[in-house]
Design a protein around this ligand. Structure first.
Ligand code: COA
Ligand code: MG
Length: 316
């Protein structure tokens, strides 16, 4: 499982921010050639990013991606041609409205991989829907190519396109968010949420991240390194979720040993969705390098807590 809890935008024309970008612990960095860079700086930024991809050590664990300009702009195709290299892990395509927008990039990446003697298909694609049309076409877009590993939503542009208002409860884009999750999950890929722009408001960020986690998103974009820890904290499984999942896994093994198809935890029957959810939580916890106690450790701790409580009450 590839974790994409946080995705840090780094302006593609900022020589100070690019070199340390991999050190902040984000799962993904997106060197940005689109909205963070004005029209007069597009070519300089593209050169800086393609050079950085060759010389900067971003670290082992981070997925290194570039957000290109939309493919129909004067810059889009040249962005792809110049940035494809062996350190590039993925490309984010903005303002996608149809499968064609993704397939054009897909073809061009293949052409460049062939030209540059790179492994074909290693560079992944991610599509951002940020117009009403893009959102409504998301189910088709999400399954248009094997290279696509995730779809994302652009909150600011989408709100403007809808003629809505960006409020703290996210009402204007709520249905669009859920559509992105539905389209992604039906296609078996990940759903990544939009940025939370006020990078000083950590409580607001935490609240929004908790909400989108509940909705089914796998990760969230961010604009400032200080947002990464909050986002990881929200997306990581909680200790209770991990412990419950370990117990579910133990119950499955116990049922198997008994030769029974009925899985029970205490007095409760465990059905298939609960088993699947437990498996997902444990996979996420493992990918995030979180501590996963064994079943025996959990039971031992529970016994110790129960005994300590008893002792406190003066019972023995
Ligand atoms: N990527 C990498 N490094 C970043 C960063 C980012 N997105 N945002 C901030 N930093 C670094 C700063 O360079 C600074 O480093 P230093 O301590 O070595 O000097 C440190 O983090 C603290 O930054 P701070 O002073 O709090 O913020 P700032 O005023 O330098 O920058 C923003 C604020 C919003 C301009 C900046 O975070 C930014 O450009 N974000 C990305 C915007 C973007 O890409 N938008 C398009 C997508 S929506
Ligand atoms: Mg946008």
């Amino acid at each position: 499982m590839r974790l994409r809890r946080s995705r840090l935008y780094v302006p593609g024309n900022n020589p100070k921010m690019i070199p340390p970008a991999g050190l902040y612990g984000a799962d993904v960095i997106s060197l940005d050639l689109e909205d963070a860079v004005g029209p007069d700086y597009k070519i300089d930024a593209r050169m800086m990013v393609s050079e950085a991809l060759k010389v900067v050590d971003f670290g082992q664990n981070v997925e290194v991606t570039v957000r290109i300009n939309p493919i129909e702009t004067p810059w889009g195709k040249w962005d792809v041609k110049q940035i494809v290299c062996d350190r590039l892990d993925g490309i984010y395509i903005p303002k996608v409205e149809s499968s064609e927008d993704v397939l054009q990039v897909d073809e061009l990446v293949t052409e460049m991989e062939e030209k540059k003697g790179l492994q074909i298909g290693r560079i992944k694609l991610f599509a951002t829907m940020e117009t009403a049309k893009g959102i409504l076409n998301a189910p088709e877009i999400a399954k248009c190519t094997k290279r696509l590993e995730g779809i994302t939503i652009g909150g600011e542009d989408l709100t403007a396109d809808l003629g809505g208002i960006r409020s703290s409860d996210g009402l204007a884009i709520h249905t669009s968010r859920q559509l992105i999750v539905l389209a992604a999950k039906a296609a078996g890929i990940q759903a990544i949420d939009t940025v939370y722009s006020d990078f000083k408001d950590m409580d607001g960020l935490r609240k929004e991240t908790e909400t989108v986690k509940i909705m089914g998103f796998d990760g969230k974009a961010c604009i400032h390194p200080s947002q990464i820890e909050v986002i990881h904290g929200s997306f990581n499984p909680t200790i209770d979720e991990i412990e419950y999942s370990v117990k579910v896994k133990h119950a499955i093994e116990e049922a198997k040993a008994r030769g029974s198809g009925v899985i029970a935890l205490g007095n409760k029957m465990i059905d298939r969705p609960i088993v699947l959810k437990a498996e997902k939580i444990l996979a996420r916890a493992e990918a995030a390098d979180l501590n996963i106690p064994t079943y025996e450790e959990i039971i031992k701790t529970q016994k110790e807590i129960a005994e300590a409580k008893k002792a406190e009450r003066g019972e023995s």
